[in-house]
Design a protein around this ligand. Structure first.
Ligand code: IYR
Length: 224
């Protein structure tokens, strides 16, 4: 068992209250520009941008710091085509019977359907897996904790980092997406959570007005 070893917190940066407000506001002003995009350009993205964004994702807090995630980056056109075919097969069932009407009604303002051409057009797909267990000391399996929460936080960091770098994303969730294990060569102990589509917006890219409307502060937060 690894014992507790402490070190001074040397990475912390403190600011005056005014600076804190300015920094919090600046972050908000930048992140509020983020829009989910479904119309991608095929322009390739610099690999280093994706690598730094993945490094940023990897700094996320996680249950017992077990970092229960794996990111498979797909740029190969044949692999993207296979993913599109599998995703569209699932989505066809979803939109033509599997999804209850209430769900389809909720999706109507987004204009989504079973056609997922962006899975081939966008230069980068990132399949995000959560690891139910990982390999511990001497090859033993150790259970991971708070996997969905940890993966969700890491994905948030990833999306924010890609946005800050000037890329756009779509958090795509073909359902079910077990086919990603086979295509990405990931073990059954890993569960695919999100297929993140990454790239530049197509020229003249349009987004739904609905998606830009965010709930006001008084609605999303309360103070006691
Ligand atoms: N997975 C389907 C349906 C879908 C579901 C939700 I919740 C969304 O926010 C968007 C789409 C699809 O990708 O079309």
């Amino acid at each position: 068992m690894t014992q507790l070893v402490l070190e001074p917190l040397s990475t912390y940066c403190g600011y005056s209250p005014d600076e804190m407000i300015a920094r919090a506001q600046a972050f908000y002003e930048d992140i509020r520009r983020r829009r989910t995009v479904r119309d991608f350009s095929d322009q390739p993205v610099p690999r280093e941008v994706v690598e730094y964004a993945l490094l940023a994702a990897g700094t996320a807090p996680s249950g017992a710091n077990l970092q229960p995630w794996h990111f498979t980056v797909i740029t190969d056109p044949d692999t993207k085509r296979r993913i599109r075919e599998e995703a569209e097969a699932e989505e066809r069932d979803f939109y033509n019977g599997r999804a209850p009407q209430e769900w389809l009604d909720a999706l109507a303002p987004l204009g989504t359907d079973e056609h997922k051409g962006f899975l081939e057009t966008a230069p980068v797909l990132i399949a995000i897996f959560g690891q139910r267990s990982s390999e511990g000391p001497e090859g033993r399996r150790v259970k991971n904790y708070y996997v969905p929460e940890s993966v969700g936080i890491a994905t948030g960091f990833l999306i924010a980092s890609l946005h800050a770098a000037g890329l756009v994303t779509l958090t795509h969730t073909p359902s079910p997406m077990g086919f990603l294990n086979e295509i990405c060569g990931r073990p059954e102990s890993e569960k695919p959570y999100i297929l993140l589509v990454v790239g530049y917006p197509a020229e003249g890219c349009m987004v739904p007005v609905h998606g830009g409307i965010k709930k006001p502060l008084e609605t999303i937060a309360s103070w006691l």
